[in-house]
Ligand binder design. Structure first.
Ligand code: FAD
Length: 388
């Protein structure tokens, strides 16, 4: 067992850190305030290969990062701007990856080159107004018509909505077959009938473009079915397993960002004639944060290793995401407390980090549902079937 990063991984980490410090950090406050990521920043990220992070070098000219290097990319971005990290995560983890994993050669050739260049940003449209945690109960329908399917329905909470050129959309091709009647589709952003609703005005990750998507007689050629007809829910679940690992890297970065801000502030701020860092309660906040962060880091690497092994890791990914969201929130909360009143105003980044951290227990499945997944593994060993 070797816990060190390889030379390549360390080189990538430094490159991601430099990019995040130089290009992302100066814009992070504005991104939150204006609720907008400047396209020039995304263009620069594309030039660095961030949009092709998981796509192999051969034959698609992607960056071909290994899993740990990809997680390092998300972590380093999240140490400065959660919205930028989330935008990259959705594109790579939830759009490029399922196309790579389940797509035909023709689909990969058609979509991946533009996605790698950042010319077509990816999005993942599963959630609906009446189908959140119970995603299999979605109401969007896809009706066969000649050599196409015609999609009708409403998708909510679509991260990268509006800025995306490619949507991975889940719809029912057999409404009576439950989760076995769901099919995944690759839908071009410019398809007639696909309309983008207004931006959600969110508590945190305000720079991420989260919108509703309306599908009104959207005609999608049959060759755009992703995976097999009726196996869309498998595509969604497999994608979400890995997404829980990837978003945990964002949680790690968020926690580290808060930790860096809080420990620096505590070492500078003086009360009662001395730095507050000399007080035991502040040391507890910082020491606990450090323990939580290092524990999360190695759980992240372990779950990433499981994912690479190709074994089922659904419960482990769920557990990791619950842990990451708790660490991100606890650390942000305690580091805000260490700032006193200054943590409660926008002048200090910890206020934004705290709001961003709150999203972590909802994205990629709520912590309640993830605990059901964990419990079903535990009680499954006793022959019990646990359902949400
Ligand atoms: C920042 C952000 C970005 C997102 N991006 C995307 C995206 O790109 N694409 C996408 O498709 N979706 C996205 N989502 C949606 C997200 O996946 C859903 O919000 C989530 O699955 C929960 O669904 P819901 O909001 O409808 O809550 P509900 O399912 O209505 O849940 C409400 C509450 O009830 C609890 N609950 C529900 N059922 C049970 C149960 N059986 N047992 C115990 N508790 C239960 C939940 O845990 C929650 O606390 C995003 C969400 C956020 C916050």
């Amino acid at each position: 067992m070797d816990f060190r990063l390889t030379e390549d991984q360390e080189m990538f980490r430094q490159m991601f850190a430099q990019f995040a410090e130089k290009e992302v950090e100066p814009l992070a406050e504005e991104i939150d305030k204006k609720e907008h990521i400047p396209p020039e920043l995304l263009q620069k990220a594309a030039e660095q290969g961030f949009f092709g992070a998981l796509v192999p070098e051969e034959p698609y000219y992607g960056a071909g990062l290994d899993t740990i290097s990809y997680l390092l990319m998300l972590e380093e971005l999240a140490k400065h701007c959660t919205s930028t990290a989330l935008t990259m995560h959705i594109h790579n983890t939830l759009a490029s990856k399922p196309i790579l994993q389940f797509g035909t050669d023709e689909q990969k050739e058609k979509y991946l080159p533009d996605m790698i260049m950042g010319e077509k940003i990816g999005a993942f449209a599963l959630t609906e107004p009446d189908a959140g945690s119970d995603a299999a109960s979605l109401n969007t329908v896809a009706v066969e018509d000649g050599d196409s399917y015609v999609l009708n329905g409403t998708k909510t909470w679509v991260s990268n909505g509006g800025i995306a050129g490619v949507y991975v959309v889940f719809a029912k091709t057999d409404p009576d077959a439950g989760s076995k009647g769901i099919t995944a589709f690759i839908v071009d952003g410019v398809t007639p009938g696909l309309k983008v609703g207004g931006r959600e005005l969110t508590l945190g990750v305000r720079g991420a473009s989260i919108t509703t998507i309306y599908l009104d007689d959207v005609r999608v050629p049959k060759e755009n079915v992703l995976g097999k007809v009726g196996e869309g829910f498998k595509v969604a679940l497999s994608t979400l397993d890995f997404a829980r690992v990837a978003v945990s890297a964002i949680g790690l970065g968020v926690a580290e960002h808060a930790f860096n801000e809080g420990s620096r502030y505590a070492s500078e701020r003086k009360q009662f004639g001395i730095e507050i860092a000399t007080k035991q309660i502040i040391q507890k906040y910082v020491a606990d944060a450090w323990m939580q962060i290092e524990g999360l880091r190695y759980s992240l690497y372990h779950t990433a290793w499981l994912a690479d092994e190709g074994e089922r890791y659904t419960a482990e990914a769920a557990a990791l995401k619950v842990m990451a969201s708790q660490v991100a929130f606890d650390v942000a909360n305690n580091m805000l407390q260490a700032h006193g009143g200054y943590g409660f105003i926008k002048e200090y980044p910890v206020e934004r980090i705290y709001r961003d951290a709150r999203a972590m227990s909802i994205v990629e499945g709520t912590n309640e549902i993830l605990r059901v997944i964990i419990a079903s593994k535990i009680f499954g060993e006793y022959g019990l079937k646990i359902r949400p």
